[in-house]
Design a protein around this ligand. Structure first.
Ligand code: FEO
Length: 399
């Protein structure tokens, strides 16, 4: 997409990435794409804010060149060191070694470790300003959104916040960069939640701290480094992020995430009966086959719903491995204080339940409802399963 002037002399000069399959080598983005938003300020001093992944490097430099020659740039502001925002830095430094790189003290250390660059670097302190001419930048440390070196940049005269990862989303830009021109904002909200839980959720307390720290600013535009730029309603994306961050303490709506894995269909048949029981009360249920659906799509449901139903058989004396992987990711992302239940089959001796219990412990899930059965769907297993679902649904609703 060609450069866009967002405010007088402030330009979006980012790139869309529709060829990376896995963001961070882990999270699927083949269907949605992702954008790396870079910004250019044309004042007496010329500034680039954040860079892009080492992809489409020529296209990126062409974007800048469409506004001004690279040789005129004075500063590159590095809000965050992750290579999706610094990948082209080594090349840029070779082409234009006099550009001063601006960031926190931790950024300076990481710059040396990642790219062997030590000079010219300007370290800025929390709240420090940089006058460009007509415009003035101010820098606020925002550690752990998403790494320890992270800061956000505030342009005081046009009241634009450049928060890098914060308030971002998956999803390549589809013809417009602005929220008010976007005909499918729900796509970006959905992808912002998936991005939040995949990338930022573990750092929810720093997110809340940063939102509080920035609350005194009269923000007219939020220009994150992934996804839409919010100019019509910047408070909307802040509110979403605040609400999601607050869920780190637990809770959520009265919906249930039903995770299951099944080797020969027995656990799946019981899952269907349990889903019938759950559905009786009209509660929201999201069902995921953990062996087939990537954890990236499961985590958002776990994050926003209070109830979790885990269904998987014993496999070689342990929990069915795809379920163990899904729960392990929930532990990593600190999905805490849920109301949980377990069901599953075993052939001759159990093992899955023991592992489920130990995995739920660090997440402090309230885990009381258990339904295990041996072998196949014999006798009144399905009837009991439906009743088990009904009971759990009422437990979640009564919270
Ligand atoms: Fe978009 Fe943490 O990098």
């Amino acid at each position: 997409m060609p450069a866009v002037e967002m405010k007088p002399d402030i330009y979006w000069v980012g790139v869309n990435d529709r060829t990376t399959d896995l963001f961070e080598g882990l999270w699927p983005v083949a269907d949605t794409g992702v954008s790396y938003n870079t910004y250019l300020i044309n004042d007496e001093k010329k500034v680039i804010i954040d860079l892009v992944k080492a992809i489409k490097t020529d296209a990126f430099f062409d974007q800048i060149h469409a506004v001004m020659p690279l040789s005129e740039i004075d500063y590159v502001i590095i809000n965050h060191m992750e290579p999706d925002h610094t990948g082209v830095l080594k090349t840029l430094h070779k082409i234009a070694p006099d550009i001063t790189l601006v960031g926190t003290e931790k950024m300076k250390q990481m710059l040396a470790h990642y790219y062997g660059i030590t000079d010219p670097v300007r370290v800025v302190r929390d709240g420090e300003t940089l006058t460009l001419g007509r415009k003035t930048l101010q820098f606020f440390e925002a550690p752990f959104i998403h790494w320890p070196e992270t800061m956000v940049t505030w342009e005081q005269t046009q009241k634009v916040l450049f928060p890098c990862d914060a308030f971002g989303s998956y999803g390549a830009l589809r013809g417009t960069i602005f929220d008010d021109e976007c005909l499918e904002p729900e796509f970006y909200i959905r992808e912002a939640l998936r991005y939040y839980v995949n990338i930022v959720a573990r750092f929810s307390q720093p997110v809340l701290k940063a939102i509080e720290k920035l609350s005194g600013l009269d923000i007219q535009m939020i220009a994150p480094s992934h996804g839409l730029i919010w100019r019509k309603d910047p408070a909307r994306i802040i509110d979403y992020y605040r609400n999601w961050a607050e869920l780190a303490q637990g809770g959520g709506d009265k919906g249930i995430t039903l995770l299951y894995g099944s080797m020969y269909g027995n656990t799946e048949a019981v899952m269907d009966a349990i889903a019938q029981g759950l559905a009786c009360s009209g509660i929201t249920i999201e069902i995921f086959d953990v062996a087939r659906i990537h954890t990236s799509y499961i985590l958002p449901a776990l994050w926003i719903h209070k109830g979790v139903m885990v269904g998987a058989p014993t496999y070689e004396g342990r929990l069915f491995p795809p379920m163990a992987q899904a729960l392990d990711m929930a532990v990593l992302k600190k999905i805490q204080n849920k109301k949980a239940a377990y069901f599953g089959s075993y052939g001759w001796s159990g093992g899955a339940l023991r592992q489920v219990k130990s995995m739920m412990e660090p997440m402090q899930w309230d885990f009381r409802n258990i339904f295990e059965f041996q072998g196949g769907i014999e006798g009144d297993v399905l009837k009991k399963a439906e009743a088990f679902g009904r009971e759990f649904s009422s437990d979640v609703q009564s919270e």
